[in-house]
Write a protein that binds this ligand. Structure first.
Ligand code: PLP
Length: 470
């Protein structure tokens, strides 16, 4: 493709994108296709000769669009949001055009230094301690893995990478039963093993991360010759938005000199609004903190903000300098030494575009509005005799279930209700379990969601639950 054609098709892509976003609310939110349906329409072998771009665009519309679930749809209330916004998309376009690798300062000085600046902005926006320094990771999963590895190395006197774990007592990591599965996965990858991840709960049906129980587990482990290393607190659990008491568990972690990491992947964005800052009381005790602007801060995936108190410990854990990566002369930060992958996209650009084009006040208003909409919906659910608000809104996430009088198997009823809702296509919701019961999750976090969308969502839920009962 020559530069002239590139100009033409790039403009076409811009028009396509604007048309898409303008009309996305007319499409079913969740793809209504069956497994294999899209694949069956695609050629099994690659073309020998290059094809026309016009045909490629035609095939996107004809073959792929029916199989897309629309994450930017205003009535996407499933999972957590994966926000995007026009300034972020535009920056992603520039990033793709330059396609720079931001692994070392020298391979992208502007990319590196913009990363330092935007993360400092984010730190100020969230009210995080000034002792924190930030780096952009590809995902919260990677940031948490980096945190667990750092905590493991700290506990092993930075010998684990060299010796392997067999030479040392079992390393122990503690989190709540609500903690995200990325922690389990990080434990596997870090060689620590699932058996050494302690999911601390107080009473049998409590979902809280109980500080006294944590203290007891640490003591028992020490006495048994195991090596307590890392405590992970969660702000905004994926299931129900549960919030750990960071101060209480942070104090235990400090007392025992354990590495204390905080996962606020979704909820972290809400901290830009001052009224939510109380949620991280105790953050001064943390060694690291992660949140995803790619969830709820209008920035395209991937963009994870990872803050650390001691970058030296992180670099001591992940930094590696083979000859072919050494650079001559003066150098700034080499962020690949702070990350799991070597290659790094220029992610700071989209964050810079988002923060500058919206400004902190407007970003805050968007989040406030989402929280208010969730509270409005919660009131309606609570007032309805056939519905239970199983967990009240934690920021903009609530759970509920349909529980009409006399219904016997509520798990089955709600499974069928959720299926009917998602087959209907006007809204998209997902499920979880709360205290053993199947419940339906509802989160508000889309850029284009309005009160009308919330009203429509409630109409759909009421309509389809009534149809199920008759
Ligand atoms: N932590 C929490 C609380 C989450 O909700 C999620 C994803 O939803 C993650 C971690 C993992 O995020 P990522 O997809 O960026 O790895």
């Amino acid at each position: 493709m020559d530069h002239k054609s590139f100009r033409h098709w790039a403009r076409h892509a811009a028009d396509w994108s604007a048309d898409y976003l303008e009309s996305v609310d007319e499409k079913p939110v969740r793809a209504q296709t069956k497994p294999g349906e899209i694949e069956a329409q695609l050629p099994a072998a690659p073309p020998e000769k290059g094809e026309d771009m016009a045909r490629l665009f035609e095939d996107v519309d004809r073959l792929l669009m029916p199989g897309m679930t629309h994450w930017q749809h205003p009535r996407f209330f499933a999972y957590f949001p994966a926000n995007s916004s026009p300034p972020s998309v535009i920056a992603e376009y520039l990033t793709a055009a330059m396609a720079a690798q931001c692994m070392l300062w020298q391979t992208s000085p502007a990319g590196t230094e913009l990363e330092t600046v935007t993360l400092s902005w984010l730190r100020q926006m969230l009210g995080l301690p000034t002792s924190f320094t930030g780096v952009i990771q590809d995902s919260a999963s990677s940031a948490t893995l980096a945190a667990i590895l750092t905590g493991r190395e700290k506990a092993l006197g930075f010998r684990g990478n060299q010796d392997g774990l067999a030479a040392h007592p079992p390393v122990r990591v503690y989190c709540s039963a609500q903690a995200h599965s990325s922690i389990d996965k990080a434990i596997w990858i870090a060689g620590i093993g699932q058996a050494n991840l302690v999911k601390v709960v107080g009473t049998p049906d409590s979902v809280d991360f109980d500080a006294e129980a944590l203290e007891r587990h640490i003591q028992v482990d020490r006495e048994a010759g195991r090596l307590p290393a890392v405590v992970i607190g969660t702000i905004g659990s994926t299931s129900i938005g549960a919030m750990d008491d960071l101060r209480a568990i942070g104090e235990v972690a400090r007392r025992h000199d354990l590495y204390f990491h905080v996962d606020a992947a979704w909820a972290g964005s809400a901290l830009i609004c001052e009224e939510h800052r109380h949620l991280i009381d105790g953050i001064d005790l943390a060694d690291s903190f992660v949140f995803n602007p790619h969830k709820w801060l209008l920035t395209n995936f991937d963009c994870t903000a990872h803050f650390v108190r001691d970058p030296k410990a992180l670099v001591k854990t992940l930094g590696i300098q083979p000859d072919y990566l050494k650079t001559e002369g003066e150098a700034g930060i080499n962020y690949s030494e702070w990350s799991i992958p070597l290659g790094r996209r220029f992610r700071a650009l989209k964050l810079w575009f988002v923060i500058r084009s919206y400004g902190v006040d407007a970003l805050c208003d968007i989040i406030r509005n989402h929280v208010r909409m969730a509270e409005d919906l919660a009131r309606k659910i609570k007032a309805h005799p056939d519905f239970e608000l199983t967990t009240k809104p934690s920021l903009s996430l609530l759970t509920f279930r349909y529980a009409p009088a006399g219904a016997s198997d509520l798990d089955d009823l709600n499974t069928r209700l959720l299926q009917a809702i998602n087959d209907d296509g006007r809204i998209y919701l997902t499920q979880t379990r709360y205290r053993g019961d199947y419940v339906i999750r509802f989160q508000v976090g889309q850029l284009y969601t309005t009160d009308r969308d919330i009203d429509l969502a409630w109409t759909v839920i009421e309509e389809l639950s009534t149809a199920l009962a008759t």
